[in-house]
Design a protein around this ligand. Structure first.
Ligand SMILES: C[S@@+](CC[C@H](N)C(=O)[O-])C[C@H]1O[C@@H](n2cnc3c(N)ncnc32)[C@H](O)[C@@H]1O
Length: 268
């Protein structure tokens, strides 16, 4: 199983148990139990972990809202991990949703969802594939994806694990598969510089390669997309979850700034 996918499931289980959750993930605990992982308890303590958890929670809700607002009949979750948006969001009738991730991750996910008798709220297709393998678009098309129709793409928690050239390659492919009117949602930057990584988290942060970093929006704007940026801190304020000072990123978060945030990119 993917450690990183499980870490996100733990964050979602933690949020789902709050009295005022920004979302409820009904299967996060089942994934954790099936993987034999520890249940989240009292929440993160150190500043680095708190920042990571806040980021994971806020972005989940942001992408929930923005994916539905995209109104696309075709949705692709790149590196879907243990994301159960297919099951928990109220998709319009006729939505086709594709999930891509590595074969062992999707095999584990399908087993647990079957045990839970989980029912998707859209036409859901899983496509086991390595996104660094040039064959993944063919697999997606073979699974029923139509590159001629507008698509809402989600790349959540993905690019940071790729080197810049790999990230650019992946986004180039996504662009090629995106009809006009398509939308891509993804993170830009992660302001953790200078915050010491607490014990127990290095297993995850050691995997970070940075993706396109703070230049992600500029790269997309130069490659056929028009991007809008939402700063993490502004999102937190708008969702009624202002970031505490210890967690508030330096670097601001203004468009084009170096702070972390989220991009909504529309295909020209
Ligand atoms: C941090 S998790 C995010 C999962 C999911 N997007 C979410 O937010 O719940 C990163 C995911 O990327 C997947 N991944 C990493 N490298 C991949 C690759 N080369 N091809 C496909 N998936 C990959 C991992 O298996 C993992 O599920």
């Amino acid at each position: 199983m993917s450690r990183t996918a499980l870490a996100v499931a733990r964050v979602r289980a933690y949020e789902s148990a709050r009295p005022d959750p920004l979302f409820i993930d009904p299967y996060a605990l089942a994934f954790i139990a099936a993987a034999g992982a520890e249940r989240p308890t009292g929440g993160p303590t150190g500043p680095f972990a708190r920042r990571l958890v806040a980021h994971g929670i806020l972005r989940t809700r942001y992408y929930d809202d923005r994916l539905l607002a995209a109104g696309a009949e075709q949705v692709v979750l790149l590196a879907a991990g243990l994301d159960v948006r297919a099951h928990r969001l109220a998709w319009p009738d006729g939505t086709r949703l594709f999930e891509l991730d590595l074969p062992p991750v999707l095999a584990f996910k399908e087993r647990v969802l079957a045990e839970q008798d989980a029912r998707a709220r859209c036409a859901r297709t899983v496509v086991p594939a390595d996104l660094t393998d040039p064959a993944w678009p063919d697999r997606l098309v073979a699974a029923g994806f139509d590159p001629g129709r507008p698509t809402a793409w989600l790349a959540e928690g993905l690019l940071v694990y790729l080197e810049a050239d790999r990230a650019a390659e992946l986004l180039t492919t996504v662009g090629r598969l995106s009809a006009p009117g398509s939308r891509l949602l993804l993170e830009q930057g992660r302001d953790v510089t200078g915050t010491p990584v607490e014990e127990g988290l290095t297993g995850m942060t050691d995997l970070w390669r940075g993706g396109l970093g703070p230049g992600t929006g500029d790269w997309l704007d130069a490659h056929g997309w028009t991007t809008a940026f939402t700063a993490l801190a502004d999102l937190a304020d708008s969702l009624g979850r202002p970031l505490p000072p210890a967690v508030r990123p330096a670097g601001g978060g203004t468009p084009g700034g170096t702070g972390p945030g989220f991009l909504e990119a529309d295909r020209n």
